[in-house]
Design a protein around this ligand. Structure first.
Ligand SMILES: [Fe+2]
Length: 188
């Protein structure tokens, strides 16, 4: 735990227990979404499915990175992850992005993906609103994650025909490719 860092956040008026609850629930949403997106990605087959596979993979890897970036901040603030993974799953801030009954129906797959991203955008917007000007490190981290979640939402919404996202695709390969905003928090 970073004692002084925690005290500074408290002095700024942040309820640490409330903040930790937000961070742990969103960390659970990241890890569970990473798991469910693995199943969704495997089932994106055929002409339409293949077209979605690359952006789904980028979103999947970045959600894993989001989990990895949140964990040190949770412990710095004196928090911890639940000892039981089932309990962790069930406190997730977002509902499971479960595989639809008909995975060949690309519209239903897209709706699962875009719904998950919109839940994440809501979650990190709330954390940013709560920490802005008070907990600079959590704010900076949450804003970086929010950038990536908004891009994920824009990508999937574009496939639903909700309008252009303005994006093309992530550039580069391997570890360089993902998390253009969050990667600075992935060195610990
Ligand atoms: Fe995420």
């Amino acid at each position: 735990m970073a004692q002084v860092a925690r005290e500074m956040v408290q002095k700024a008026g942040i309820d640490i227990d409330k903040l930790l609850d937000m961070l742990v629930r969103n960390a659970a949403a990241e890890l569970t979404t990473y798991y469910y997106y693995t199943i969704l990605r495997v089932n994106l087959i055929g002409l339409e499915g293949e077209g979605l596979k690359e952006i789904t993979e980028d979103a999947r890897i970045e959600d894993r990175n989001h989990f990895e970036a949140l964990v040190p901040r949770i412990y710095e603030l004196g928090g911890k992850l639940p000892g039981d993974m089932k309990a962790f799953h069930d406190i997730s801030a977002c509902p499971p992005a479960s595989l639809p009954s008909d995975p060949t129906n690309i519209k239903t797959m897209l709706n699962v993906l875009v719904k998950a991203e919109r839940c994440a955008v809501n979650g990190y917007t709330s954390i940013c609103n709560y920490t802005a000007g008070k907990d600079h490190r959590t704010y900076d981290l949450s804003l970086a994650i929010l950038h990536e979640e908004i891009e994920h939402e824009a990508w999937f919404a574009e496939f639903l025909g909700e309008g252009p996202s303005g994006h093309f695709r992530r550039s580069g390969t391997g570890t360089e490719r993902n998390s253009p905003y969050v990667s600075k928090f992935l060195h610990t």
